[in-house]
Design a protein around this ligand. Structure first.
Ligand SMILES: NC(=O)c1ccc[n+]([C@@H]2O[C@H](COP(=O)([O-])OP(=O)(O)OC[C@H]3O[C@@H](n4cnc5c(N)ncnc54)[C@H](OP(=O)(O)O)[C@@H]3O)[C@@H](O)[C@H]2O)c1
Length: 274
């Protein structure tokens, strides 16, 4: 039980995959809720994308310190460097809340079904990005913060309904999301002093969503097309607002999987530049 609030306090936060899409929106919206003396570390491969995110953060949180870490989380050496940076980035401040948002992810090659999936080197990179790097970054983060019971600690992992439902064409993606779901349920049990949540954002208009158009399975292809036309695909800001509401209410059971239902939505574009 933490006495200090989720938002409005001095926060150290890491967001992976923050160069575009949902992760960029999470980084910007979260930092708009931080208190003074906060720091956000944003990780992705694209430095240009991270700088754009940093500029957006500076608009909503001029006092936030923003650190861009360029890393390829599908690569073990690059991930190790990113892990090693976390303690030194955290140790120059006094924080009331430490947050980690595991958002970076990829779909793998959706034009192939499992019986065409043969390249184990490519698979290793996929697993490294979607599973192993999240575990290692999380351990680096908790290795620094878990010794201090006074700091509120929150771990968010961005999940998907594909973690629980088999989707033809998304075999590797489904299995990585399923692995993450159980990993973070285990984490919640192993670390009772930490608030852990898996959040499935629903269908969201991003590059990842657009690449589903190449899916080999024709039934899935037409289903995704119908979804796009029927208005169930949200803007990142809509799903991120919902995530922030859940975090702020602070009523979720640690380790639980919270899914945003995919009923038709009205995307409120006025929120996009918040
Ligand atoms: N969009 C949806 O409909 C949807 C639905 C359910 C769940 N999700 C989940 O939401 C999360 C974000 O997805 P999104 O739709 O925003 O996807 P996106 O637009 O493709 O963005 C993915 C992010 O991950 C980063 N990333 C990809 N490969 C990386 C690598 N090798 N190393 C470091 N960072 C890497 C990308 O940055 P760089 O390219 O700069 O590295 C980017 O910032 C993912 O976990 C996804 O599975 C999305």
């Amino acid at each position: 039980v933490f006495t200090m609030s989720v938002f409005g306090v001095s926060t150290f936060c890491v967001v992976t995959g923050a160069s575009r899409g949902i992760g960029q929106c999470i980084a910007v919206k979260l930092s708009s809720r931080f208190g003074k003396d906060s720091k956000i570390v944003i990780i992705a491969r694209s430095e240009e994308g991270l700088i754009e995110t940093k500029n957006q953060i500076k608009v909503v949180c001029p006092t936030c310190e923003v650190v861009c870490v360029v890393a390829d989380l599908s690569d073990p050496a690059s991930t190790k460097v990113a892990c090693e940076k976390i303690p030194s980035l955290a140790n120059d401040g006094f924080y009331q809340h430490a947050m980690f948002v595991h958002n970076a992810g990829s779909l793998a090659d959706v034009s192939k079904k499992l019986s065409d999936t043969t390249d184990t080197v490519e698979m290793s990179h996929f697993w490294h990005l979607n599973v192993s790097s999240a575990v290692a970054l999380n351990a680096a983060f908790l290795g620094y913060f878990s010794g201090n019971p006074k700091i509120r600690k929150t771990v968010v992992q961005i999940s998907s309904r594909a973690s629980e439902e088999p989707v033809p064409g998304l075999g590797l993606y489904c299995s990585a999301k399923a692995a993450r779901l159980i990993l973070f349920k285990v984490l919640a049990i192993e670390e009772p002093g930490i608030r852990v949540i898996s959040y499935a954002p629903g269908p969201v208009k991003t590059e990842m969503w657009d690449s589903l158009a190449n899916i080999h399975n024709l039934d899935m292809k037409s289903m995704f097309q119908t979804m796009a036309e029927s208005g169930v695909v949200r803007e990142p800001s809509a799903t991120v607002d919902y995530l922030l509401q859940i975090l702020e209410a602070d009523e979720f059971e640690s380790g639980s999987h919270v899914k945003l239902a995919d009923e038709p939505v009205t995307n409120d574009h006025s929120q996009d530049n918040e």
